[in-house]
Design a protein around this ligand. Structure first.
Ligand code: PLP
Length: 547
């Protein structure tokens, strides 16, 4: 195998910055880091070629135009498209899917069906819901078992009315990638459009749209080491030709009259307005960069790490493992049996291990599977064995701490804040009186040695503060402790509003405004205010982390 992750990692300057030397970056499914060549290309565009494309006749405009069309050819090679005319630049996979939903659905009849799966990213669900509402279309889903789509049973959900099948090429929540050949077999000969959401797929495997046999494929450059703000929509030329344009404006027309316009041919008819030119320059560099790598060896390296991670995590007592090592693009999804996923992610962050926690823009999947939130570690080719060791050790340490901690429930002791009246605090005339009242509120927060553990520490508070969160049915409960009376007072203010609320109620609270209205933002020192905001952030992230 011709791949050395350590050498590969040196292409990525973020890792050699002093503050990032100890960083273990395992949030690649959200976005990958950028090699120097990509960073340089963005900068060089502004230094040497900045001009708008197509419309102008001068030297710089020609150069920018050549760069854009050159990148389009590289993108066509990257996807093995039949022609560069089949490649549309979009802001990302999300915009490409919105374009398809708008344009393809505008020709459908009420009652026509769109088939999706429970494992789709919200970007491949919400645009179809919007289109379905506009056109009275019907959404259907691939059969699933406990939330996991059974792609080999896709035919069961097809009907005479199915016009669009839009499915993931790899789930960002679980890594799960369907057998595309099998899907192609089930869809063969049917009069429908097959769209592959390749946002995760393109980051890990070479994509060959002609071999897959789909009609459209979308992806985002930032997932495969390119810049953010640029993505690709590939479509069969004949199909794109027949589709109405999505957005109107400059660049996508040949001629504009007062009441009608002639649209440009492919690909420009789908690229209204000025394109993100520097991002396209960066994309070109990312495609060159990838073309120079042994992608099969990169994928094999990622798979080796993934298998090893699954083996080691499966052996950790106290951990629930949700992802499977087979047919997985590079994602490990898990949660602690005790303690919350948000606490575990917070603990990992303390150790400079970047993972993601929450619903991963895949709420239907998590809901159908019965999980509230998961922790996701996602791989890229620059991850090394030592990254895995750091992750496994840190998770093991967390689980051991949880195990040795007070019995389940002992930590869950909220203070009774019902006697604290906001009106009384607000009615204090002078700042001194209000401050005294806040100190009195702080007394409502009793000592809780059982929660004074590193994973409960709230970062950003000048004085130490510990916060725990748990659920009682749909209600969010919190317990706080601190050595500082001011922090306790501020915490009592915060929890008097948030403790016991549902997610929707807590989201609707305007706590920053309340903080300002009470004059706290004005009178308290910056570091005290920061403490309040840190507690507020922690409360909100616990709510979001719980799904
Ligand atoms: N589809 C999948 C599977 C994804 O993972 C993502 C992003 O995480 C998207 C679509 C949306 O991509 P973007 O946010 O780059 O438009």
């Amino acid at each position: 195998m011709n791949f050395d992750p350590e050498t590969f990692k040196r292409y990525f300057p973020l890792f050699s910055q002093a503050e990032n030397r100890g960083l273990v970056y395992l949030d690649n499914a959200a976005t990958a880091q950028k090699p120097l060549a990509v960073i340089d290309a963005v900068r060089d565009f502004y230094l040497h070629s900045n001009a708008n494309t197509h419309r102008s006749s001068h030297r710089l405009a020609r150069r920018a135009t050549e760069m854009v069309e050159g990148t389009r050819r590289k993108a066509a090679d990257f996807l093995n498209a039949a022609s560069a005319r089949e490649v549309i630049f979009t802001r990302g996979a999300t915009e490409a899917l919105n374009l398809l939903a708008y344009s393809l659905c505008s020709r459908l009849q009420p009652g026509d069906e769109i088939l999706l799966s429970t494992a789709e990213h919200h970007a491949n669900i919400v645009p179809w819901q919007m289109a379905a509402q506009r056109g009275d279309l019907v959404l259907r889903y691939v059969p699933d078992t406990a939330g996991i789509p059974q792609f080999d049973r896709l035919e069961e959900s097809l009907s005479e009315r199915t016009r669009i099948v839009s499915l993931t090429g790899g789930s960002n929540a679980l890594g799960l990638c369907p057998d595309l050949e099998n899907i192609a077999r089930q869809l063969r000969g049917r009069a429908l459009f097959w769209i592959v959401d390749g946002a995760q797929l393109a980051a890990h495997e070479t994509v060959d749209v002609r071999r897959i046999g789909c009609d459209f494929l979308v992806c985002s450059a930032h997932k495969f080491y390119g810049p953010s703000g640029i993505g690709l929509l590939w479509g069969r030329e004949g199909l794109l030709e027949a589709m109405p344009p999505w957005q109107g404006g400059g660049e996508m027309i040949v001629e504009v009259d007062l009441y009608s316009s002639n649209y440009a041919g492919l690909p420009h008819r789908f690229e209204a307005g000025t394109s993100p030119l520097a991002a396209i320059a960066g994309l070109g560099a990312a495609l060159d960069f990838l073309a120079a790598q042994d992608r099969a060896a990169m994928a094999a390296h990622e798979q080796k790490l993934l298998q090893q991670l699954h083996r080691e995590f499966a052996a950790l007592p106290g951990l629930r493992l949700y992802s499977q090592p087979q047919h997985n693009l590079g994602i490990l999804a898990f949660a602690p049996e005790r303690g919350s996923p948000a606490d575990l992610a917070h603990w990992l962050d303390e150790k400079d291990i970047a993972v993601r926690v929450g619903h991963h823009c895949a709420q239907p999947l998590l809901r159908a599977a019965g999980w509230t939130a998961t922790v996701r570690a996602s791989l890229a080719a620059y991850n090394t064995e030592s990254d895995l060791v750091a992750l496994v050790d840190a998770v093991r340490e967390f689980l051991t701490l949880e195990e040795s901690a007070a019995p389940v429930g002992a930590e869950r002791r909220a203070d009774d804040l019902s006697a604290l009246q906001l009106e009384r605090l607000a009615s204090q005339r002078s700042w001194q009186d209000r401050y005294r009242e806040l100190m009195r509120w702080g007394k409502a927060i009793g000592p809780k040695p059982e929660i004074r553990r590193p994973q409960n520490l709230v970062r950003g508070c000048e004085s130490e503060a510990w916060l725990v969160h748990w659920m009682e049915g749909a209600r969010h409960r919190f317990a706080l402790d601190s050595d500082s009376r001011v922090v306790k007072g501020l915490g009592a203010l915060l929890l008097s509003q948030a403790d016991g609320g549902t997610a929707a109620e807590i989201r609707a609270l305007e706590l920053e405004a309340l903080f300002a209205e009470l004059g706290l933002a004005r009178h308290l020192s910056q570091s005290r205010s920061n403490g309040f905001y840190a507690l507020l952030r922690q409360v909100m992230s616990s709510v979001e982390g719980a799904g």
